[in-house]
Write a new protein. Sequence first.
Length: 500
Amino acid sequence: MSARAELYGCTEQAACRVDSSSAGVRTAGGASRPRLVELPHDSILSLGYDWSRVGDPAVRPKYPAKVYLPRSIEDIAAAVRETRQFGQTLRIRGSGHSSNDLVVEDGGAILWTKLFNAVVDVDLAEATVTVQSGAMLAGVEEMLGELGYGLPVLGDHQHLTAGGFASVGGVSPASHREGMFVDNVLAVEIVGWDGAVRRLARGTDALELNRILGGMGRHGIIATLTLRIVAIDKRTTVVRNRRHITFDMAKFIERSRANIESDDDVLYQHAIWDERTVLGQTVTFGQCSAYTPTRQSVWKRLRERVAFGGLHALRNLAGRLPAGLGRVANTLSGLGFLLPPRFATARNIESFTEKVVDHTVGDPVRFYAALAPMSTYGALFRELHAIATRYRDEHGCLTSISLYVVGLRSPWLAADERERHCDLLLYLGVVPEAMTSARVDALAREVDAACIRHGAFRYMHSRTSSDPAIRARIDPNARHEARIRQEASADPAAKPAANA
């Protein structure tokens, strides 16, 4: 079965779905809601910013001088050749969901995949979907849901593009079972930096494919992706949250580790440790969620709908209310992190952070993400917490410290696919005046050093050191680069990749 859908309009302000009778697009959206910081992902002005703007609303924009809007692979190749001819750096941008200077180029050239966003093919017999790199994954998921299918790994933000997610790795609360997003990419078409177009498939080009995936565009521009899909009902089937609450960090680490390393019927899992000052007192709270199958009933579906409906309504109100009231509404909806509903659908679990908290209301936030082996998870967790605590106490630059954890079992990430990792996200509420750019970078260097000490990688879309030598040690893509070099040195007759 094949279907083609143009996913125009799948932005933060507009939900997109495909009319199954004609495979055409219908969009539904209203007026932009007022925000303390306007963060559109589909305007010309947005091209000067990346996600770091939520940490510093006053950050100076880095506007490009030239923007390419390709609608075909040939357009992408032409842009590559033109910028190469003029000696320009070409940045690739989907929705700008990164904070590591990956998608901005001050006075330079941007290739924006906004219009290169079609679903090319859905093959239910092979359980695959092929999409262009600018396709919004939320829109792809919506279309697949009409067919009784879904993506095994879907990010928590509604505006992530397929190419952007594949360029950094991609994780979800299902990654302890389904791997990272890149593990579910079966083939790509790529435009190399020489303008040549190649197709790489997992069955025949696994090593080179793995180097392209998670490569942040270093080795070329991902044009199309063929993704694995699974038969699943993410909209109405509810699962039960085996929720555990603790106020003790050691117990939190122990329970979250058990959930990640479990081989039982846990379908989704996530955990959060939160620490903030309330009325002059430091309050800590830990919550671990493990979602398991449950017998379906009208009562459970009703509980799920009411609970998440309330959280989503509060989140939406937060951006519309005056600043003080909006902050209260956002805080109340944020309690869903600490006391998540007992029953949930896969859709609400996957989009939990996006739909429960408005990141543009209240304190600005910074985040630093690590991909840590479970063998050093506890030690790295404690060290990252200690680093953040020191910055809070010595510099007064943090208002809250949170660590968010999901498990990973990823052949792309680990040489031994039985080895387990976690995505360990250090999520910080900041005081912009005190959290200077120098401190942002210094904190990144300390997080990098901690990861190196504990054998962890960084999730490279979050802020890291700019030192190439340090990046080479913390970038998970580097091991695939090293394997290709080893094979090339072992076989002098082997030709270098066309897009190297």
